[in-house]
Ligand binder design. Structure first.
Ligand code: NAD
Ligand code: UDX
Length: 468
């Protein structure tokens, strides 16, 4: 099979950056170039002090080892295309905001623009790899565009190679993936392209973990995996509501259920609701696909996973208000954590955004602290969530703090929205001393030891447990 020596990745985001940096690390004989239209992002990847545009444990170390050796970041997309043998398309595919399928369908405009640019620029044959998460049969559209616009003697083979990394653990997920999935046409040329990409991963991934399938199965498997993972969380969150009403404890229930080897123990943690750029977007995409295929029952089934998540966030905000004697107007609430999960600075679809919006509409004052999220990002997210609130009144209601202790000072309640380890290790006795009394803690992440906090004097409310 073709031995790949030059790889281009279009899109230097959360997926393209870490994925291709790891390929560069594991394959020193391959030159990897990552391009993006966003100059600021590329500058950050190239920054002398390694202030990378995304926070991901272990990433800086990988980039330090390869950058300038066989890993390059650039905004010169055309040169990148000309040079490469294999091109990953790893651009964003957000939910469409307007037009047909608005609110559900994936916006494929970025994928299409990148594809058209490949066709327009390429002067030699390329393997084009769909890395972005896309609806089933997108590879077919890419192929049509490429073939209709290609120059003589240029052949394009399209592969689907969805990415399964999770943020916060991207580097370890990439070092030791559960599986690498490659979809191709089942033609001799398709299979040869598939073997070439499999050869790249074979530098560090065991052969049995490299799955090769048909193109459409590969595309659908990505949506299916995310839908089933999110469904587990919505299932456990639905049960958490029953626990709160009955006296059962969701941790005990999840543990008992997870002991069944057919279910397994992972990914069963009740929470204030799942966030992140993928779950909601990909399920809505699956809902849209099901509806387009005239399968309304299938669409309704998956839609409920997202609806349950919305309910969980709403329910949590309401529980805070109810517990604080049915009003939080004028009260100060500390929100610990703004990222959608620990160990990332990413805030896309973070449950914290929804909860804080709810607190604001009750006219509470909110102190926010997150160890990784930039202040400008927090303001941007809050403005987007409450478009009718003027920036000046937003700044009167919300304060961004530089430590958990600062955020909690003089607050009536602390809400844990992200499971950062440091929140477990705070000096809670100190926090208690400096809060208004009674001092409330709302643990949206099953993070802290409720019994210990109760002993200190806190009134603790935990997801999936009845009020103490
Ligand atoms: P992102 O927004 O962080 O990065 C995408 C980048 O592509 C942006 O920097 C954008 O400027 C760039 N871009 C867009 N069009 C371009 C063009 N024509 N030329 C050059 N650059 C261009 O997005 P992401 O989180 O990395 O996600 C990328 C894809 O991977 C999405 O389809 C997503 O669903 C999928 N995915 C994401 C994750 C995750 O954890 N974030 C995991 C698996 C799969
Ligand atoms: C997810 C998929 O896990 C990954 O395979 C895919 O490639 C991209 O989408 P990501 O969104 O980065 O990854 O993080 P993930 O760990 O899946 O968490 C998603 C959300 O679910 C977070 O808000 C997290 O806090 C929440 N979650 C996760 C729970 O509430 N309970 C759990 O048990 C697990």
């Amino acid at each position: 099979p073709l031995k790949v020596t030059k790889i281009l990745c279009i899109g230097a985001g959360y997926v393209g950056g870490p994925t291709c940096a790891v390929i560069a690390l594991k394959c020193p004989h391959i030159t990897v170039t990552i391009v993006d239209l966003n100059q600021a992002r590329i500058d950050a990847w190239n920054s002398a002090d390694f202030k990378l545009p995304i926070y991901e444990p272990g990433l800086e170390d990988v980039v330090r080892q390869c950058r300038g050796r066989n890993l390059f970041f650039s905004t010169d997309v055309e040169k990148g295309i000309l040079d490469a043998e294999l091109i990953f398309v790893s651009v964003n595919t957000p939910t469409k905001k307007s037009g047909v399928g608005a609110g559900f369908a994936a916006d494929l405009n970025y994928v299409e623009l990148a594809t058209r640019q490949i066709a327009a620029v390429a002067t030699s044959s390329k393997i084009v790899v769909e890395k972005s998460t896309v609806p089933c049969r997108t590879a077919e559209s890419m192929r049509t565009i490429l073939e209709a616009n290609s120059k003589p003697n240029c052949r394009f083979d399209i592969l689907s190679n969805p990415e399964f990394l999770a943020e916060g653990t991207a580097i370890s997920d990439l070092f030791k993936p559960d599986r690498v999935l490659i979809g191709s046409l089942q033609t001799p040329e398709g299979k040869a392209a598939c073997a070439a990409l499999a050869g790249v991963y074979a530098n560090w991934v065991p052969e049995h973990a490299i799955l090769t399938v048909g193109l459409w199965s590969s595309e659908l498997s990505k949506l299916a995996a995310n839908a089933m993972l999110a469904q587990r969380i919505s299932s456990v969150n639905a049960l958490s509501a029953i626990c709160e009403a009955t006296g059962a404890n969701i941790d005990e229930v999840a543990n008992a259920v997870g002991y069944d080897s057919r279910v397994g123990p992972k990914f069963l943690k009740a929470s204030v609701g799942f966030g992140g750029s993928c779950f909601q977007k990909d399920i809505l995409n699956l809902v849209y696909l099901s509806e387009s295929l005239h399968l309304p029952e299938v669409a309704a089934y998956w839609r409920q996973v997202v609806e349950m998540n919305e309910y969980q966030k709403r329910r949590f905000s309401k529980r805070v208000v109810d517990t604080l004697f049915n009003t939080i107007t004028g009260k100060r609430i500390a929100v610990l954590g703004f990222a959608f999960k620990a160990d990332t600075g990413d805030t896309r679809e973070s449950a914290a955004i929804t909860i804080i919006r709810d607190f604001q509409s009750e006219r509470a004052f909110v102190n926010i602290y997150d160890p990784q999220v930039a202040e400008t990002q927090i303001w941007a997210d809050l403005a987007e969530a409450s478009p009718t609130v003027a920036p000046e009144s937003m700044k009167k209601q919300v304060k961004i703090c530089s430590s958990a202790l600062e955020a909690c000072k003089d607050a009536e309640a602390v809400v844990i929205a992200t499971e950062w380890k440091e929140f477990k290790e705070i000096d809670w006795a100190h926090v208690y001393k400096h809060m208004k009394k009674p001092a409330f803690v709302f643990d949206g992440r099953l993070l802290v030891d409720a019994a210990k906090l109760t002993e200190i004097g806190f009134k603790v409310t935990t997801i999936g447990r009845p009020a103490l």
